[in-house]
Design a protein around this ligand. Structure first.
Ligand SMILES: Nc1ncnc2c1ncn2[C@@H]1O[C@H](COP(=O)(O)OP(=O)(O)OP(=O)(O)O)[C@@H](O)[C@H]1O
Ligand SMILES: [Mg+2]
Length: 301
């Protein structure tokens, strides 16, 4: 072997070592930027339970309001054609020109239909009655299960939290709610039939996680309409702990007429009765959620 070829070999091995280091550095910074990007991005939480009347909308509205009161910038997406989250925040769905439906159908941009609410940091993407039609119209569309996910991707940089209120079914709209989210919160009413359908819901979430959204996680179940005087509620609580080990929020939402009254005034309970037990319960839930996401020094009650 000549000196010349040795020189060549050693310079070749030096440059391949440099290339390997550049490669490692590239992956290091790519990983770092992905972590930073995910931390900086909003958290997307879908409120799901196909069982009707369990407190999904009440939780979506008041959790979103409590998060905004904690200084977060929050978007509430009303994915239910009933439009209860929209009207519960004082916006009349039948007076709106555009809403989520138009964005899903490609007729409007997400940013253009988002509305302000009485809470400084809370905005809503409203539902209008024609959202019911989306159940049928979406079925024949390409990428039908990820339409909402596409909308949310465009908007998420502008918010700390995005909360999605899903309808009471496991149809195409709820499927969009699952695919768009990274975290699932399941309100469970403290009642005898509360556990009915939960198995099917968990199976659906697993399917979405396995086939479309690997980073979809169940945040936990929130017990709603809890009446401490009712012995049955205590039993349900125990059953639920068996069902969701380590995944029940410590904050329990009490049954109170204030929560049923507030939407008819177009107000969250946080504004309707700020010092009442319902506002405090949702404040605690928001605090629990924020600390789950590693947010410290939160000023809520
Ligand atoms: N903690 C509570 N105490 C008393 N009433 C409540 C409570 N939570 C919800 N409600 C009332 O119960 C009814 C159902 O609540 P909500 O609309 O939040 O349930 P939902 O799961 O969103 O219903 P749907 O499945 O129809 O979308 C509403 O009239 C609401 O005001
Ligand atoms: Mg609802």
């Amino acid at each position: 072997m000549t000196l010349r070829s040795l020189d060549f070999e050693s310079s070749a091995s030096t440059s391949s070592a440099i290339a390997a280091n550049i490669h490692k550095l590239y992956y290091f910074f790519a990983t770092l930027s992905t972590i930073w990007y995910n931390m900086a991005m909003s958290k997307i939480i879908s409120i799901v339970n196909q069982k009707g009347g369990v407190g999904k909308t009440t939780t979506a509205v008041n959790l979103a309001a409590a998060l905004s009161e904690a200084g977060k910038f929050v978007l509430l997406i009303d994915l239910d054609p009933q439009g209860n989250a929209t009207s519960g925040l004082g916006i009349k769905p039948d007076e709106l020109q555009h809403g989520l439906y138009n964005v899903l159908m490609g007729q409007a941009r997400g940013h253009d239909v988002v509305l302000n609410t009485a809470h400084a940091g809370l905005r809503v993407m409203p539902a209008t009655a024609d959202l019911a039609g989306a159940n049928v119209e979406l079925v024949s569309m390409e990428g039908r299960e990820s339409k909402l996910s596409d909308i949310v991707s465009e908007l998420r940089h502008a918010y700390d939290y995005i909360v999605i209120d899903c309808p009471p079914s496991l149809g195409i709209l709820t499927l969009n709610g699952l695919v768009a989210a990274e975290h699932i919160l399941i309100p469970v009413q403290a009642e005898y039939y509360a556990l009915e359908g939960l198995g099917q819901l968990l199976k659906t979430i697993e399917l979405v996680k396995g086939q479309i959204k690997p980073n979809l996680e169940i945040l936990g179940a929130v017990i709603t309409m809890f009446d401490g005087r009712n012995r049955l509620s205590g039993e349900i609580l125990q059953e639920l702990y068996k069902f969701f080990p380590d995944k029940i929020f410590r904050s329990v939402i009490p049954r109170t007429v204030r929560l049923a009254e507030a939407p008819s005034f177009g107000k969250s309970v946080i504004h309707y009765e700020p010092n009442g037990k319902a506002a405090k319960a949702y404040g605690r839930l928001a605090k629990e959620l924020l600390s789950f996401f590693g947010e410290k020094n939160i000023e809520i009650e």
